[in-house]
Every structure is written in C-alpha cells, then in structure tokens.
Design a protein around this ligand. Structure first.
Ligand code: AMP
Length: 513
C-alpha cells in the first residue's frame, strides 16, 4: 500500500515523502482512514510501530481547514512525559511542513511566559503533559471549549504515573462533541474502563501483540552477586563492542550513583531521570542523540518511545519490576531493522522478576557468565519458602555461555588506558561503590518496589512544580532593581515631621523622689 491511498492531501504526502517513508506501517494503514472519517479510534500499539504518524498525519489534514482563536486550541495531545511530548512536537513540525498550523508545546520546566504568548496567538495543536496543561488552565490561559480532536497517548503509562485523575478532569472540561483517539501499549481493565468512558463507538486498531520484543534484539542475562553488578556491567561495556547504550536502573538515586561510578571509571556517560531540571534533561538527551555521550544511565523515563536510531546496546543494570518495562527498555535498540544487543544483570533475589519477563516474552533469556565473577543461582519464593534454581524456563548452568568479547564493529570509544585490569578492578576506585553495596541491608523487595513506584508516580507533576518555583525565582532575580524597605512607595505619614512628645503628667499617687 502507498500513503496516497489513505486519503491524505498533497501537502502531507509531500512532507512524508521528504521524510523518506515509502509505505505506511500497519497501524498507519489501519488508523489513518478512520481518523480522516472523524471516527474515534482505540489503538492498541506500542511505540516503534509508527503510532505517532498514525494520528499526527490525519490530524494535520483535518486541521488544515479552519483557524484557531486566541487561547482556544483546536486539538489537544496529552503525553505522559516531557520527552515524548517534545518528540511528538518534532513529528508535527516535520509532517506539517507544508501546512500552516500553529503548534504549542506545554511542558514543565520551560518558561510560562513563552507558552502563554503562543496560546494568545491561537494554536491549532496543543501538545502537553497533564500537569502543565492543568496549571495553565487553572490560571485562565487556556479555554478548552474549542477542542475538536483529543489524543490520549501512552494511556497505560499515564496510569502508571498517576495521571489518570488529571486526565479525567481534563476530559471533563472538553466539549462532548469531539473526536477522541486513545492509544495504549497494553489494555489492563483500568485503561479499558477509561476508553469506554472517553470514546464513542470507536474503531479498534491493534497491531503486534503487546509486549513482544523485536526480533532484531539479541538478549542475554547474567546472574551475579549484587555487589558484582557494576563489575559485570563494565565487563560488557569494554568487551561487547558497545558503540552507545542506554543503561537502565530501577530507582533515580541509583541512576546518579551508577553514573558517578562510570564517569570515575573513565566512561563517557550522562544521566537522565525525572528529578533533573528539564533543561538538563533535554541537553543530556541531545548530547546522547548527537553522539557526544556514549552511555546514558537512566530511569524508566527514557524507556518508552524515545526514538534514537542506531543505539547498539541496552543494559538493564536492574531487572525491571514490571515485565512490560523489559520490552520497552530493550526496544530502545534494534530499531528500524538494525541489530541491537540487550544485557540484563540480575542478582539472586531477582528470580521472580526474571521468571515474569520470560513468561511475558514466551522464551528464556539466554544466560551468559562473566569470566572471573561468581554466578550464583536465582532465588524463587514458593509457598513462602525460598528455593534456589534457574527458573522453569532457564537453561542448565552448563548451558550458560561465558561471555566472549564481540569482534569490534564500531570505532573504539572505550576509555583510554582503562583496560579491565587497570581501573575496572582497581580496589581504590571501586572502594566507595562496593562498600555501599555491601553496607546495604538485605534487599526488601517491597521497599524497593515502593521506591520504584514513588520514582515513577507523579514525577512530572512534582518536577513541574519544582521547575516552576525555580523559574519564578530566576524571573525575580532577573528584575535587578534594588528595593530597600518601602522603595519608592514610602507612605506619606512616614515623611511627615514628627511632633515632639508631650512631657508625661506626674502621677499624683506616686511620691516624688
Ligand atoms: P513511533 O512508533 O511513532 O515512535 O515511530 C517509530 C519510528 O518509526 C520513528 O523513528 C518514525 O520516524 C518511524 N516511522 C514512522 N512511520 C514510518 C513509515 N511509514 N516508514 C518508516 N518509518 C516510519
């Protein structure tokens, strides 16, 4: 099939051709005609399927007719993270090159002033994270009564991040007569309930069973003691011909510590997590995209949808708590038909998590061993009792291969003079991180999970508030007129000459001394 058969106009087709797409992906083929007909669409599709163009292309076509009024956007796209929102905005610019549409990106951490100015000019497309969108609405900068098309993207991630109450509030403020496009990688009951609530007689479009990793990604898993995880990671980084890699941790605080450790060991690494200010997040992601950084240590904020082509590796420094996150994380490599490699580093406690992933993807993750590191067994809980083993799907120990260096395909970007023997195993360099790993009390899974959920839930909203406070402070700092006391506004009574006080009347009851 060709794009021209989908009902798109010449401007959009020209832009698509210039981007270099030759034929629509299955989700585009199925969804675009329905969107153009004005139908509601319920799309079960993950990122990487071409989902963004499946709603942006027909939206551009529909919005080409008509004009936006000040503060009254004509369409709204809600995204769970700032990075995804920015990416959708980039797509809009690309595909809408030959259509004169105004777009505003409303995300936290950026100046309110600029966003308000754009809204004042009138926007056809508003792309926003829920927190910032509600802030601007509550300040009276947006009127939602003219929204004709609503897109809720990555609904299951919204649920994960605690955004559903915001989404319900936003949808309650929109006109009842509108077109709604709702996308989610998975359809748990809570998401299905929302879809039933928001959509009217939708066309359902499903592509690729959710949670199946791309065949282009070679996977491997190593089991090591908790305190050996960093050494295992460094081993892979130095021996597996890593051109560039995402390294995922489950918690934000671990992102920072692992990042420091890698930098200390001479790796060209950056860090990305939800506690960083937005300008730093954008700058770091850009540095990784353009190759200034080889490694990006990150939380799951970077797991979904971040579209960087040519990432050679993904490392799960922690096995993710949610099995679906495994699929999202490793999907950052092996994109656009290129091959990629994904290594997961598990400690014995991760037995249950590894089993859940293997059940979800329907196959075992091949085990590897790292020379010089002990390979303990995974532990599983069965009826409250701990059992050691390899998991139902796992191979016998003698089937686990020793990880051998990959033949070099990429330019040598390893840290210079930092061979395995020199720095990676240097006791001084490693002392602090190892000590902290050893000093850590035995891992309580429920606490870890709590931290992890905390990290994810409300990240964006909390960050928005913090970034806004910082920006307000900066705005105030910019106004450098010194104001001392009342400044120029000294009340008149203060400037009036004071009368001398009357001498006090002597108290007759008091004897004079
Ligand atoms: P998405 O699922 O929207 O994040 O898209 C994933 C990747 O597929 C992005 O890099 C898009 O540029 C790319 N893409 C989208 N549509 C097509 C297409 N029809 N042909 C080739 N690549 C596409």
């Amino acid at each position: 099939m060709h794009f021209s058969e989908l009902g798109l106009g010449p401007e959009v087709l020209r832009a698509v051709e210039e981007v270099g797409y030759t034929s629509p992906t299955p989700i585009q083929e199925k969804a675009i005609p329905w969107v153009l007909q004005g139908r509601d669409v319920l799309g079960c599709a993950q990122t990487g399927t071409g989902k963004t163009a499946s709603f942006t292309l027909p939206m551009i076509e529909i919005l080409a007719q008509g004009r936006a009024k000040a503060r009254m956007p004509r369409s709204l796209i809600l995204e769970p993270t700032r990075e995804l929102a920015a990416q959708v905005a980039e797509n809009f610019e690309l595909y809408g090159k030959y259509n004169k549409l105004n777009m505003a990106l409303l995300i936290g951490g950026e100046s309110f002033g600029d966003q308000i100015k754009k809204l004042e000019r009138g926007v056809d497309v508003l792309i926003a994270t829920p927190g910032r969108m509600m802030d601007l609405f509550d300040r009276g900068n947006i009127l939602l009564t003219d929204i004709k098309i609503l897109v809720i993207d990555e609904a299951d991630r919204m649920l994960d991040m605690g955004f559903i109450p915001d989404i319900e509030r936003i949808v309650g403020l929109l006109p009842k007569i509108r077109q709604t496009l709702f996308f989610s990688a998975t359809m748990p009951p809570e998401i299905k309930r929302l879809a039933d609530q928001f959509l009217l007689n939708p066309r359902e479009v499903t592509v690729a069973p959710p949670a199946s990793p791309a065949a282009t990604v070679t996977q491997a898993l190593v089991v090591v003691d908790e305190m050996d995880k960093r050494q295992a990671l460094r081993h892979f980084l130095k021996t597996d011909d890593v051109k560039n890699a995402f390294i995922f941790c489950n918690r934000k605080k671990d992102v920072a510590t692992l990042h420091q450790s890698l930098v200390k060991h001479g790796f060209n690494a950056g860090a990305l997590h939800g506690d960083m200010v937005q300008s730093k997040r954008t700058e770091t992601l850009e540095a990784f995209k353009t190759g200034k950084l080889d490694l990006l240590v990150c939380s799951d904020v970077a797991a979904r949808g971040i579209d960087i082509s040519g990432v050679s590796h993904v490392f799960n420094f922690d096995v993710p708590f949610h099995a679906e996150d495994y699929v999202h994380r490793i999907g950052r490599t092996g994109r656009a038909g290129k091959s990629g490699r994904a290594f997961s580093i598990a400690s014995p406690d991760d037995g249950k998590l590894v089993l859940a992933i293997e059940k979800l993807i329907g196959k075992e993750i091949p085990r590897v061993l790292v020379d010089g590191l002990e390979s303990p067994e995974l532990e599983f809980e069965e009826g409250g009792r701990r059992r050691r083993g390899r998991g139902a799907a796992a191979p016998k120990k003698d089937k686990a291969e020793v990880h051998r260096p990959e033949p070099r395909r990429h330019q040598d970007r390893r840290p210079r003079d930092q061979g395995e023997d020199v720095v990676a195993d240097s006791p001084e360099m490693d002392a602090a991180p190892r000590a902290s790993a050893e000093a850590r009390p035995p891992r309580s899974e429920s606490r870890d999970r709590r931290d992890y959920r905390e990290d994810r839930r409300g990240d964006e909203r909390r960050d928005d508030r913090r970034d806004d406070r910082r920006r307000r402070r900066e705005d105030q700092d910019d106004d450098r007129t010194p104001v001392i006391g009342f400044g120029d506004d000294v009340p008149a009574f203060i400037l009036r000459a004071a009368r001398p006080p009357k001498p006090a009347e002597p108290d007759p009851a008091e004897p004079e001394v």
